[in-house]
Design a protein around this ligand. Structure first.
Ligand SMILES: NC(=O)c1ccc[n+]([C@@H]2O[C@H](COP(=O)([O-])OP(=O)(O)OC[C@H]3O[C@@H](n4cnc5c(N)ncnc54)[C@H](O)[C@@H]3O)[C@@H](O)[C@H]2O)c1
Length: 341
């Protein structure tokens, strides 16, 4: 029997993109109860609406910085997945708030989880802690030299999760996803990711916008693979105290991404429009998947181009028109939005 069977699990940030898919996987794999703690600043109830009426699921609307909310969410929880955070573009215009949620919020979560004697604490970090690749593929020993406050605040969370393992013997594990894409991904405002933004632009008949020469690379993983990998890390043996990269091992340039979307949309004529490079935009990201594979046996299943085609279909089936979606895409250079911290 898997250690997940019948377990009580808490997912912070579970109303968001990756968290809501993780909740689905956990329930599918037999968790006894899955709770979400999310203040809905970027997540939505809509991401969890398929679970309406499932007695094993509860959404607790609250802030990870609120002690009472943490206590209620953690009561009896055995496995914690900590995903709640504010994103990279948010950190450019509000670095202090970003630090408070990402770094201080993680420290507070770790303290409360320890008080509650949880069995495992999975801290979901990010490849942004590395900054630009100094070599590729990036393994777990690659230097951490974040280029944004987001990367810095997530790195602080990593250090705290490792410290709780070393100093208090907590069974914590740090995982660093690279870029995740798929249904429910953000295209809007400062949460907007490059792939969904590009899909929305092309579906609306506009050329994709590329900052810089488009030869910068990212390592994309479909969200069903990311969620599956995270679920495994909640119960795998031999991962306590580890810091693990979650990359696909393949690299895609932004120009290739635009071509894949154009092919899936059926508009190869919509070629990229290049703008000035953005500050803090890392040049190369490619994760080495071998540690994750050797510790858990995890191998991603979804091919990038197939995943893009599926995501285009998902956007096409949205009840919101592409014109309305396009109005919510924020296509400005980060510098223009950053202002004075
Ligand atoms: N999306 C990616 O490509 C990617 C890549 C690497 C790492 N990650 C990590 O994965 C995790 C999830 O990312 P995502 O893309 O699903 O983002 P998301 O914004 O969709 O999810 C984060 C959730 O946290 C919630 N939240 C924010 N502040 C909160 C607070 N103070 N209290 C309670 N809830 C709060 C938001 O409402 C949101 O639902 C994050 O930790 C992120 O660093 C994501």
């Amino acid at each position: 029997m898997s250690a997940l069977q019948g377990a009580t699990v808490l997912v912070t940030g579970g109303a968001g993109f990756i968290g809501s898919h993780l909740v689905d996987v956990l329930l599918d794999r037999g968790a006894g109860e899955v709770r979400v703690l999310d203040n809905l600043v970027n997540g939505t109830r809509r991401n969890l609406e398929d679970l309406d009426g499932d007695g094993r699921f509860a959404l607790l609307v609250g802030d990870i910085r609120d002690e009472d909310a943490r206590r209620a969410a953690l009561a009896g929880a055995e496995i914690v997945y900590h995903l709640a955070c504010l994103g990279v573009r948010h950190s450019l215009h509000d670095p202090v708030e970003n630090h408070r949620v990402n770094a201080e919020g993680t420290l507070a979560m770790l303290g409360s989880a320890r008080d509650n004697e949880v069995r495992r604490f999975v801290y979901v970090s990010t490849s942004e802690v590395f900054g630009t690749a100094q070599y590729a593929p990036m393994d777990e020993r690659h230097p951490t030299w974040p280029e944004t406050v987001y990367g810095g605040s997530k790195l602080a969370g990593e250090a705290y999760a490792r410290a709780f393992h070393r100093t208090y013997g907590m069974d914590s594990v740090v995982v660093r996803p690279f870029n995740t894409y798929g249904p429910r991904s953000h295209f809007e405002g400062d949460s907007g990711e490059v792939l969904p933004r590009t899909i929305v632009r092309l579906l609306a008949g506009h050329r994709p916008l590329v900052y810089g020469d488009g030869e910068q690379t990212r390592d994309f993983m479909h969200v069903s693979d990311t969620a599956s990998a995270l679920a495994m890390l909640g119960t795998s043996s031999g991962v306590a105290g580890q810091t693990i990269n979650l990359g696909s091992g393949t690299e895609v340039t932004i120009n290739e991404l635009c071509a894949a979307v154009a092919a899936a949309v059926g508009r190869p004529d919509l070629v990229p429009e290049h703008r000035d490079p953005r500050p803090g935009d890392v040049r190369r990201l490619l994760g080495d998947p071998s540690v994750m594979r050797s510790l858990t046996g995890f191998v991603p299943q979804v091919d990038f181009r197939e995943g893009v085609a599926e995501l285009v279909s998902w956007f096409r089936s949205s009840p919101v028109s592409t014109t309305d979606m396009l109005a919510r895409v924020e296509d400005v250079n980060w510098l223009a939005r950053a202002g004075t911290p």
